[in-house]
Design a protein around this ligand. Structure first.
Ligand code: SF4
Ligand code: SF4
Length: 345
């Protein structure tokens, strides 16, 4: 009977009804809030760990001695409380300035997120040197969505020049083991990317070619990125040919930012939360939090705090905010000069 009624409905109405039946409670919460003028982000970033066993030359946490973020990891109880308080969140990025696999609660976090249908990712990057078999299997069983593995080289000699204390063979073995679990469970997840930074030690044609070959064998997409400290390769033509990178605006490291990819957009669409709940706003900020704790007062209240609202207005070029953490950030003036965020709402 119900099917008969459905079949009599005009197509647009039928599609509308179908999309309504596919919604879950999270969409309804977001939609209801939107109708009364409150925008809630579906995606957040929570730093699962600021701890790391490597010593990379230009690691922000090493240079600033962990800044205001401190050393620590996301506790399972805080994670579970966060999901209960903010049940509309459906995607969480866990990696930022540390190695998520050093978090002793990670296994429980992944299982719990899976039970709540929350998508987890580690697109900001992992070094993948230390991962237990149990965690590798859980990544596959619980459909962890995607991981970028940072490997700047195709041999121990080159890799370890930047990734101090890192072990190239261990990383490759962990990828192989993960692939075995993916095969065992017949799952394409987690999606795997090999992220190769072009640094002074890694701008070697043979190494780049070899990395591409190994990535192919490992069924990993490989992509190359520029060094955020602004390193310019000696042979830019070769690098551009082999990696698809472009070094046209050689002298301006900020020129890579657009209104879409500048980290400040996180404040609106993908807010960054520290492992202890303090709001840092974006993935770039390590110097000062926004003075609110998301685990204590919830995400909506935190994002509606005065300091967040005023900081957004400042980045949109409307009004300065003396107490904003953004004032000590080198990206702020570029955003204002280029009027990158004037259209944000
Ligand atoms: S792997 Fe990442 S977090 Fe660890 S030292 Fe290197 S840059 Fe820093
Ligand atoms: S100005 Fe800096 S700290 Fe502020 S949101 Fe942008 S990138 Fe983050």
């Amino acid at each position: 009977m119900l099917n008969f009624i459905k079949s009599q409905l005009p197509t647009p109405v039928r599609l509308w009804v179908r999309s309504l039946t596919q919604l879950d409670h999270r969409d309804l919460i977001i939609w209801m809030n939107r109708t009364i003028g409150r925008k809630l982000p579906r995606r957040v970033k929570i730093d699962a760990s600021s701890l790391c066993q490597l010593h990379c030359g230009s690691c922000a946490m090493r240079i600033y001695n962990y800044g205001d973020r401190g050393k620590g990891y996301l506790k399972f109880d805080d994670f579970a409380k966060f999901l209960k308080m903010n049940s509309y969140v459906r995607e969480i990025e866990l990696s930022n300035h540390g190695e998520i696999f050093l978090n002793p609660d990670l296994l429980k976090i992944i299982e719990y997120a899976h039970s709540k249908k929350v998508k987890l990712t580690a697109w900001n990057g992992v070094n993948f040197n230390t991962v237990s078999d149990e965690v590798l299997e859980t990544l596959v069983k619980c459909k962890f969505y995607g991981v970028n593995v940072a490997i700047d080289g195709a041999s121990q000699g080159v890799y370890s020049q930047y990734r101090g204390n890192g072990n190239f063979d261990k990383v490759i073995n962990n990828i192989k083991k993960l692939n075995e679990y993916k095969e065992k469970y017949n799952s394409p997840l987690p999606l795997l990317n090999w992220q190769y930074i072009i640094l002074e030690c890694s701008e070697i044609e043979s190494e780049i070619k070899k990395a591409k070959e190994i990535a192919k064998e490992l069924n990993c997409r490989i992509f190359f990125i520029k060094d955020h400290a602004g390193f310019i390769p000696k042979d830019t033509k070769m690098i551009e040919r082999e990696t698809n990178l472009c070094y046209e605006n050689k002298n301006n490291v900020l020129s890579r930012y657009t209104e879409r990819n500048v980290p400040c957009v996180d404040l609106w669409k993908f807010p960054q939360i520290n492992y202890d709940g303090r709001l840092f706003g974006c993935c770039n900020n390590t110097t000062k939090d926004f003075g609110v704790n998301v685990f204590e007062i919830g995400l909506r209240k935190s994002l509606n705090s005065k300091i967040v609202k005023h900081s957004k207005k400042m980045l949109m070029g409307k009004k300065m905010c003396e107490e904003s953490p953004c004032n000590s950030c080198y990206i702020k003036n570029f955003v204002l000069d280029e009027k990158l965020l004037t259209k944000m709402k």
